[in-house]
Write a new protein. Structure first.
Length: 436
């Protein structure tokens, strides 16, 4: 008789969960495109199953069941020198599409004034991209495991984004870096992220400079060293990093670099690899190149960059909100044609959350904007879903009071830049915060 009662309770719980789930899907289907709907269906189904399993454990074991969920906002205010000390939290967090997992201490803040952007969408496959320069060769390609286009860099050559002006005193650089064809018996390749004093396509012709060396070897993806040299350098710096990561070999990583006057920091995915407070001296850093060495296609090597962005760091978000009553950012990234926030957005969202905590008396409206690619109705829905996703993350991940946040979408109708260029479209894909 006792087992029958337990079975009846379980059936009631399952019916209740599935009924609520069906109602949720009905509402969701009215607002989202098919691809986004399928993703949410999958994630919600996982959550329903987890909750049902928790309940079954509770009844059969006679316990309250399950681990107490960690407070995800407990470690949000850590120092920038304490990057990624708690990787073990990942296994205890939900698999929700907007859960940031190991990015919980990622503090990189992208610049707020976009200077350069290229995703190579407008370039023909097989051509060298129109917005880049080199003394060697390269071509735009696609790969079987990515929807992006890539600038394939090879042999011994430097690659420089074409810009009207030299780089400012404070700026950030971000890009995706793919590598493949490395392993046992294959020759090594090197990459240099180099900061020059004058325009050149190789480090040897760039005057005084600073660089970060990346080694692609049989053993892994290795951040080797950071150094500066040349006649304008007052204090010579040469530091060995020797940080080797096997999981990043034959894989894609996200590179984030911040230059703040003399200080240079670099992250690979969520982990800070370089923090050199006096590396950028004199006129170093006016130009940036990626230089390849021994990237050999005939040996199966592939190295590619995509989604390349340079932005100037100007006023902080707090002062912009209080002075102008609003600010916008292109530093919150979403999956293509979707409302899923990418993990590399964590740093800017943390900064926004801290600002909202410090000004808890204000209410903010979150406004999503898109470029003009796609139908206008589609872009309207997409912008609204993205604004809603940002609100949910601020509430669920950072503990911001939901009553202090509103959201809306404006689609493509309030463009701030030219939608005929990659940089213009990137500027229009933004999230705006308005004080009410």
């Amino acid at each position: 008789m006792k087992n029958v009662k337990i079975l009846l309770v379980l059936i009631t719980l399952l019916i209740s969960s599935q009924t609520s789930y069906s109602q949720f899907l009905k509402r969701l289907g009215q607002r989202t495109e098919d691809a986004a709907k399928e993703a949410v269906i999958r994630k919600t189904a996982q959550k329903v199953n987890r909750e049902t399993e928790k309940t079954m454990d509770t009844i059969l074991d006679g316990k309250k069941g399950g681990k107490k969920k960690k407070n995800k906002s407990s470690n949000r205010g850590g120092s920038q020198n304490d990057e990624m000390n708690e990787h073990n939290e990942t296994s205890e967090q939900e698999t929700d599409s907007n859960t940031f997992g190991v990015y919980s201490n990622f503090t990189f803040l992208p610049g707020n004034k976009l200077l350069f952007y290229d995703d190579f969408v407008a370039d023909a496959l097989g051509d060298f991209p129109a917005n880049w320069e080199t003394g060697g060769s390269g071509e735009v390609v696609t790969t079987s495991d990515s929807e992006s286009k890539w600038l394939s860099i090879s042999r011994r050559a430097g690659y420089m984004p074409t810009m009207e002006n030299t780089l400012p005193e404070n700026y950030t650089i971000e890009f995706d870096l793919a590598n493949n064809g490395y392993g046992s018996g294959k020759p090594n390749s090197k990459l240099f992220f180099a900061f020059l004093t004058k325009k050149a396509y190789s480090m040897g012709a760039g005057g005084s400079l600073a660089d970060i060396e990346i080694l692609l070897s049989n053993n892994g993806f290795k951040v080797s060293n950071v150094e500066n040299f040349g006649g304008e350098v007052e204090v010579k710096i040469g530091s060995r990093i020797d940080r080797e990561m096997t999981d990043y070999l034959n894989n894609t990583v996200h590179i984030s670099i911040a230059v703040n006057k003399k200080r240079l920091r670099m992250w690979v995915n969520e982990e800070k690899m370089v923090d050199s407070p006096n590396l950028i001296q004199a006129n170093i850093g006016k130009y940036f190149i990626i230089e390849a060495m021994d990237v050999l296609p005939e040996n199966g090597h592939f190295v590619g960059i995509s989604n390349f962005k340079i932005a100037e760091s100007t006023e902080d978000l707090r002062s912009l909100l209080l002075k102008n009553g609003k600010f916008s950012t292109t530093g919150i990234y979403f999956d293509t044609a979707a409302a899923t926030v990418k993990k590399e957005s964590y740093g800017i969202l943390l900064d926004i959350a801290n600002m909202l905590r410090d000004n808890s008396d204000i209410t903010v409206q979150i406004v999503g904007h898109t470029d003009n690619q796609g139908a206008e109705d589609y872009n309207q829905i997409l912008s609204e879903n993205r604004a809603k996703a940002v609100k949910q993350i601020l509430v669920e991940e950072f503990g911001i009071n939901e009553d202090k946040l509103q959201f809306m979408g404006k689609g493509e109708v309030e463009a701030v830049d030219d939608n005929t260029t990659e940089k213009g479209r990137a500027n229009n894909r933004r999230v705006e915060f308005i004080k009410l």
